[in-house]
Ligand binder design. Structure first.
Ligand SMILES: NC(=O)C1=CN([C@@H]2O[C@H](COP(=O)(O)OP(=O)(O)OC[C@H]3O[C@@H](n4cnc5c(N)ncnc54)[C@H](OP(=O)(O)O)[C@@H]3O)[C@@H](O)[C@H]2O)C=CC1
Ligand SMILES: O=C1O[C@H](COP(=O)(O)O)[C@@H](O)[C@H](O)[C@H]1O
Length: 413
């Protein structure tokens, strides 16, 4: 996709399908607002909601506002104008006529903007069960006749290979490959991108992230909260399909990929794809799955199947751990340990690269078997640090653990 050009005057219709849901309210509308606030949306952009629920901008803005990080001093006038660009369309996902109504709504705004040439972006903030109908109808009824058309699909794309194939076929029949964006929002996180920056722009790490120096890579996705939001979806897909095969695998690819030929989208994608091809299919002996049950110490913390909204006989895993191996010159012999869970002891998302132990005879260091670790943490707050050993202050040559913290926030210079 071309970089956003705020001076571009072309009419652009951005349609959020499934706008009544959590993703739209918590992530997509806040992102659209942030772009608008910072003058980074093309001027002719109009936003459309499309879902079965009847939405009104008046009330929908109240639903989204808590996630929009509003500055009460600065934002209100612009925030009001932002909402004048939003138009709500109600429709079923399987009714062709409703898509005709969506197109009419887009055309009305595009024409107001005095443009026949208009770009259209369709963002599927929807569960996969709706994908077939939505893709087919958008492809038939809503594409831009003269401008660009894009369709953005959120993971998970299906339950497995078998169910993905027919959808892939339908998607490719309805849209050209260049129009399709199957996205993973973890790739856009600052820390994920830093994995890349840190590795390839610093000799220290570009030279040491390999099987000569690294003992193991640990990728953790832990959430303290029990399953509640989108429980029906979660119960059908489970933790592996929710975060492991997508977000965590993308993090793994960013840790493991070789330096791409260039930083273009295609070369970056090819670099990650090579890693996915090199990952050895895990042995079931290298996989642990589990489901949380009632806490023995805190009766408030219910078991997964005790929630009223989860079937009593559910076997859906809420925890999974897998040890993956990559068959490449750089990484063979290094286990990549992925673990993910809901209702865990705390909330943490991080990548931890554990270096091999150093044979060290310094005084009292036997008690201190600390491996160097490079840690990139995404949650609860973004940080990058390296665990090291340093000499303790004083006359004796004793070691202590220390951390080298790298500031990653905006105040950095
Ligand atoms: N929430 C998040 O942070 C993230 C979510 N995703 C993915 O994005 C997609 C949407 O997520 P999210 O917003 O949380 O999902 P929701 O469960 O909130 O669903 C979004 C909307 O889809 C419609 N919908 C829900 N279930 C059905 C159904 N069975 N049949 C038809 N329509 C349905 C509803 O709209 P209505 O009834 O009004 O039509 C609902 O408001 C999911 O595939 C999810 O995996 C990806 C990354 C992050
Ligand atoms: O895809 C998903 O990701 C969110 C977590 O995203 P984050 O950006 O807040 O880390 C997760 O809560 C949700 O279950 C899953 O579907």
């Amino acid at each position: 996709m071309q970089p956003i050009d705020p001076n571009n005057d072309t009419a652009t219709s951005f349609v959020v399908l499934g706008a009544s849901g959590k993703l739209a309210k918590e992530k997509i509308f806040p992102a659209l607002w942030a772009l608008y606030r910072d003058n980074r949306l093309p001027q002719g952009t109009r936003i459309f909601t499309y879902c079965r629920t009847k939405l009104h901008t008046r009330t929908f803005r109240l639903t989204c506002a808590p996630y929009m990080d509003l500055d009460p001093e600065r934002d209100p006038p612009k925030f009001n104008i932002f909402w004048t660009t939003v138009h709500c369309v109600q429709g079923q996902y399987d009714q062709a006529d409703d898509y005709v109504a969506l197109t009419e709504a887009m055309v009305r705004q595009e024409t107001k903007h005095n443009q026949v040439y208009a770009n259209r972006i369709f963002y599927l903030a929807l569960p996969p069960i709706t994908f077939d109908h939505v893709t087919l109808n958008l492809g038939r009824m809503c594409k831009s006749p003269l401008g660009c058309t894009r369709i953005v699909v959120e993971k998970p794309f299906a339950r497995n290979d078998l169910t993905f194939k027919p959808y892939q076929t339908l998607l490719c029949q309805s849209f050209k490959e260049s129009q399709i964006y199957m996205i993973d929002h973890y790739l856009s996180k600052q820390i994920s991108q830093n994995l890349f920056g840190l590795r390839f722009a610093n000799n220290l790490w570009s030279e040491t992230l390999n099987n000569r120096h690294v003992a193991a890579v640990l990728i953790t996705w832990k959430c303290e909260k029990p399953v509640k939001d989108h429980a029906e979806y979660f119960n059908f897909y489970g933790i592996i399909r929710d975060v492991m095969t997508n977000h965590m695998m993308q993090l793994l690819a960013l840790v493991a990929m070789d330096k791409p030929y260039s930083n273009t989208i295609d070369d970056l994608r090819d670099g990650r794809l090579k890693i996915f091809k090199d990952v050895v299919t895990p042995d079931m002996g290298d996989v642990i799955i589990g489901q949380y049950r009632r806490s023995e110490t805190d009766p408030e913390k219910m078991g997964y199947t005790e929630h009223s909204y989860i079937p009593k006989d559910s076997m859906t895993p809420t925890f999974a751990m897998v040890v993956l191996h990559i068959k490449s010159r750089r990484w063979s012999g290094v286990p990549f340990i992925l673990r993910a869970g809901q209702a865990m002891n705390d909330t943490k998302i991080e990548v931890r690269m554990q270096y091999k132990s150093v044979a060290c005879d310094e005084g009292n260091s036997k008690d201190l078997d600390i491996r160097n670790e490079l840690v990139l943490r995404l949650v609860p707050f973004e940080e990058i640090f390296m665990r090291l050993r340093l000499k303790q202050p004083g006359e004796e040559l004793c070691l202590k653990e220390a951390a080298l913290n790298l500031r990653v926030d905006e105040r950095d210079t």
